[in-house]
Structure formats: structure tokens, C-alpha cells
Design a protein around this ligand. Structure first.
Ligand code: NAP
Ligand code: GDD
Length: 350
């Protein structure tokens, strides 16, 4: 049985990837960091131990800022694969905690790769690094592909740039089977509530139920290439099953603004947004009632913004046979239906 170690196991992608790996019959070691309150909500339905198909799930404790815990875990399980998904992944927050972000998102990848080397696992352990479209930042080419120059615009992206090149370096210098997945934004009902798509689907569902008065947002004109996380973990898995290690963009190739996302969600709930004002004074009102549903709060602006991301995943399609399965409309429906039910439960438990 092959063993896969997943860091960032409690996050959105970790929880989908663990399910994927268990369905492939793996022994999965899920690395969890210590938290003062439970961080296991996305894994709450997964039982530790042998699963019905013979695969196995093991929870182990570790932290990307703590080399001994990484050495211990890698040494104990000698995994065939490491998927490094752990990160301080909030771009806005990275401006407030830049050093911590660098420690986890940049140095964390180095700690894992160097531990693999020190433990003599370079020929055994394949490594996936969760790289990001944020690397393209102030984009130098449209759409962005593997050969597009990087131009990071945040402490998050700069830390991820270090991790990207560290991954390439361990591949070239030490022969580690190490891959970068340069993933464009991917969302789901399990997305953190601090990210704009989930903030909108959950906020709109609450607003409709009378639990929230309005939605406060930042830059509505930023454009992103949004896919479904379930499709993207399939791509991560495929990268580590190839004959040779390489770096791949995963993206839908479609791009929308935050405003487009908002309008799609509100339309599905029976509202039609009309806009008035400019900049921080802009407001979105319901055409029928005149009620203000959306306002701008400058605290959600970023010191430096990434305005435009749209990916070209041709290489992943050609070499991995990967393409996204969910349409944009299916993604929004999946998130919104989930959040409508979540709000109904919230009301029941009041
Ligand atoms: P996420 O939901 O924020 O999950 C991040 C995970 O990292 C959580 O499990 C978190 O644990 C863990 N973590 C944070 N600091 C840690 C530390 N010091 N030691 C160990 N674990 C730590 O992120 P995601 O959306 O699943 O993304 C997964 C990865 O892909 C991240 O590296 C992200 O930067 C990258 N990425 C994401 C996207 C996207 O659109 N989702 C796109 C490109 C790249 P807690 O639960 O304890 O906080
Ligand atoms: N979070 C947030 N909150 N973003 C807002 C808001 C708001 O209230 N209002 C507008 N935005 C804009 C942001 O300024 C940004 O341009 C866009 O919405 C998307 O923001 P996020 O959803 O926070 O995602 P992100 O693109 O910054 O980062 C995500 O995707 C990256 C891949 O491109 C994260 O998952 C990163 O970890 C990931 O690497």
C-alpha cells in the first residue's frame, strides 16, 4: 500500500485530497497542527483507521514551523508522496503577518524538502508543492501559463515564490520527484469564510434569511479564474503519478470579476443589483425594494492588489489529461445551496 502524507489536511484542499487518496486505496497520514480549539470540522466525518475499501487514515501532529515534528513524521512513515498544502493562505492577512507567512509558506517547504533529503528519502518520496497563480501578480502576459514571468504583489506570493524555486531546486540539484502545481483560485462549500466567494455565498444566504443586514466588501473589480476545488485535487494527484516531475498550471481559462460573482449569487436568490456611487462610496441596491445589499469597506482593500488572473491549463490537459469538470454555474450552485442549508440549521439552533 502506498503512503501519502498531506500537510494542510484540515484546510479546504486537504480535506478533498484526503478523500481522493483514500478512494485510491492509500495509507494517508494527515498532518494536523495543534490548535486551541478544534480545527477538524472539515474532516469530522472521516474516521481514523482502516477504511471500508482497505485504505487507512492516520492523524499525526506537526507544524511547518517545527522541523523536529516534520523529521519525526517523515522518518516514521517514509511516505511515497508528500502533498504540501499547509499555508497561511490569506493574501490580505499576509500583509499583517508577513514574517509568519514567510516562515510557513516559504521556509515550510524548504524544511520538508531538506528533511526528505536528510532522511535519505530523495529517491522514494515524491513531493507536491501548492504553488499559486498569485505568483503572476502584476501579470506580464494574458492568459498566464507555466512560462509566464512571476511578479508577486504580497508577502504571501513572495513566500510562495521562495517555495516554488526551492521545489525546482531540489528537483534539479538532488533529483527529488518534486512538482509545482500553479493553481488558480478554486472554491467550494468548504472554502474558508474569509475568502471572497464564500463570504458572498454565505453572506447572501444570511442576508436573505434576515440574519445579516448587508455585505461589506473591498475591490469589486478584481478579476479571478475560479474553479471547483474538487477538480483541482484530481490534478494534484495526477502530477505525482507521472513518469517525470514537472510544473503545471491548473485553471479554467474563464475569468470573472468579484462584481460578476456577486451579481450571479444575488440573481440566484431573486435580487437584481443596481449600482450607484464610485470607489468607497459605491453601493449595490435591490432594484425592486431599493434596499442596500452591498457596501464598500476600505478595510478589505489590499496595499497592493492583483487585478487580473486568468490561466491557460493547456499543458495539464495535454500531459495529465486534466480538465475542470464543474462549470462556473455549478460551482456557485454548490456553494450557495450548501450555505442556504447552513443558514437554515443556524436558525433552527437559535
Ligand atoms: P486553507 O483552507 O487555508 O488551508 C490551509 C491549511 O494549512 C490548513 O489546514 C491550516 O491548518 C494549515 N496550516 C497553516 N499553518 C500551518 C502550519 N504552521 N503548520 C501546519 N499546517 C498549517 O487553504 P486551501 O485553500 O486548502 O489551499 C491549500 C494550499 O493551496 C495552500 O498552500 C494555499 O496557499 C494553496 N493555494 C490555494 C488556492 C485556492 O484557491 N484555494 C490556489 C492556489 C494555491 P489550520 O486548519 O490549523 O489553520
Ligand atoms: N477576501 C476578500 N474579502 N477579498 C475581497 C473582498 C473581501 O471582502 N472584497 C473584494 N475582494 C477581492 C480581493 O481584493 C481579491 O482581489 C479577490 O477579491 C479575491 O480575494 P480572495 O478570495 O481573498 O482570494 P485571493 O485571490 O486573494 O487568494 C486566493 O487565491 C490564491 C490563488 O490565486 C487564496 O486562496 C490564495 O491562498 C491563493 O493562492
Amino acid at each position: 500500500m502506498k503512503t501519502s502524507l498531506v500537510t494542510g489536511a484540515t484546510g479546504q484542499d486537504g480535506s478533498y485530497l484526503i478523500r481522493k487518496l483514500l478512494s485510491e486505496g492509500r495509507r494517508v497520514c494527515a498532518l494536523i497542527r495543534r490548535a486551541s480549539t478544534s480545527n477538524m470540522s472539515r474532516l469530522s466525518d472521516l474516521r481514523e483507521g482502516i477504511q471500508s475499501n482497505g485504505s487507512e487514515l492516520i492523524y499525526c501532529t506537526g507544524d511547518l514551523t517545527d522541523t523536529p515534528s516534520l523529521m519525526r513524521t517523515l522518518g516514521e512513515f517514509e511516505p511515497d508522496e508528500v502533498y504540501n498544502l499547509a499555508a497561511q493562505s490569506d493574501v490580505r492577512l499576509s500583509f499583517d503577518v508577513p514574517e509568519f507567512t514567510g516562515e510557513v509558506d516559504g521556509m515550510g517547504a524548504l524544511r520538508l524538502l531538506e528533511s526528505i533529503r536528510r532522511l535519505g528519502l530523495t529517491e522514494k518520496t515524491r513531493f507536491y508543492q501548492a504553488s499559486t497563480s498569485e505568483l503572476f501578480g502584476d501579470v506580464r502576459e494574458k492568459p498566464q501559463r507555466e512560462t509566464t514571468p512571476f511578479a508577486p504583489r504580497s508577502p504571501y506570493a513572495i513566500a510562495k515564490l521562495f517555495a516554488y524555486w526551492t521545489t525546482v531546486n531540489y528537483r534539479e540539484a538532488f533529483g527529488v520527484f518534486a512538482c509545482n502545481g500553479i493553481l488558480f483560485n478554486h472554491e467550494s462549500p468548504l472554502r474558508g469564510e474569509n475568502f471572497v466567494t464564500r463570504k458572498i455565498t454565505l453572506g447572501a444566504a444570511r442576508l436573505r434569511a434576515g440574519l445579516q443586514e448587508k455585505l461589506l466588501l473591498g475591490n469589486l473589480d478584481a478579476r479571478r479564474d475560479w474553479g471547483h476545488a474538487q477538480d483541482y485535487v484530481e490534478g494534484m494527484y495526477l502530477m505525482l503519478q507521472q513518469d517525470k516531475p514537472d510544473d503545471y498550471v491548473l485553471a479554467t481559462g474563464e475569468q470573472r470579476s468579484v462584481r460578476d460573482f456577486l451579481e450571479t449569487v444575488f440573481n440566484k436568490l431573486g435580487y437584481e443589483l443596481v449600482w450607484s456611487g464610485t470607489g468607497a462610496d459605491e453601493k449595490g441596491k435591490d432594484r425592486k425594494t431599493g434596499r442596500v445589499l452591498v457596501e464598500i469597506d476600505p478595510q478589505f482593500y489590499r496595499p497592493a492588489e492583483v487585478n487580473y488572473l486568468c490561466g491557460d491549463a493547456t499543458k495539464a490537459a495535454d500531459k495529465l489529461g486534466w480538465s475542470p469538470k464543474h462549470t462556473f454555474d455549478e460551482l456557485v450552485d454548490d456553494m450557495l445551496q450548501h450555505d442556504i442549508k447552513q443558514v437554515e440549521r443556524e436558525i433552527l439552533h437559535r
